[in-house]
Structure formats: C-alpha cells, structure tokens
Design a protein around this ligand. Structure first.
Ligand code: FES
Length: 107
C-alpha cells in the first residue's frame, strides 16, 4: 500500500490508500475523485489525466509513446502541465508513499 495525497478539482485535499501493483487510476476512480478511467487503462481515453507534483516527476516510470500521444490529443481540450500524466500508466508501489497528484479538469 502507498498513501497518496490527492488535490481535488475543488481544491480540497484528501488522502487515499492505494494498493501496490494496481494502477493509480483505479485507486483514484474507486475513491470517486472524478477520474473515470473509461478505457480501463488502455491509454486511449485520457479521462485519468492528473498533474503529478513536481517533486515526484523523476520518481515515476517514463512516459511511453502511447501515453505521450494521448496527452497530446487531450491537450487540445484541457490544459497540460509539466506534471501531466495518465494515472493508468502509473503502477503503485511502496516507493510512491506520499505521492501528490492533482486531478485534472474533465474532458
Ligand atoms: S484510463 Fe484511459 S487513458 Fe488512462
């Protein structure tokens, strides 16, 4: 498990316990944060977009080409930031204890 700090779309801050081995998207979706994960983690919907806190960017797996292409596509609809990631592409591990993410606006 890893505790993840979540900044909601309303600016509210909450913490959730995410199961190691599961994609961050599933923990955010199941906690009703507004993350939908419509494609189930196939990197093809963009509804799991989050802004990762700058301090954590280097500690996450690198973006795949598919993730970058999806981010480029949704960038026409919502603002992208340096910390923009698809949360379905971030597997939870104990090393991510304390991760801070902000939920991006809906598509
Ligand atoms: S769940 Fe669809 S892109 Fe992440």
């Amino acid at each position: 498990m890893a505790s993840v700090k979540v900044i909601g779309r309303d600016g509210g801050v909450s913490e959730l316990a995410a199961m190691a081995g599961c994609p961050l998207m599933e923990a955010l979706r199941d906690a009703s944060t507004g993350v939908e994960g419509t494609c189930g983690g196939a990197c093809s919907c963009g509804t799991c977009h989050v802004y990762v806190d700058a301090a954590w960017m280097d500690r996450l797996p690198a973006k795949s080409e598919d993730e970058q292409l999806m981010l480029d596509a949704i960038g026409e609809l919502v603002p992208l930031k340096p910390g923009s990631r698809l949360s379905c592409q971030i597997p939870i591990s104990a090393e991510l204890e304390g991760l801070v993410v902000e939920i991006a606006p809906p598509l």
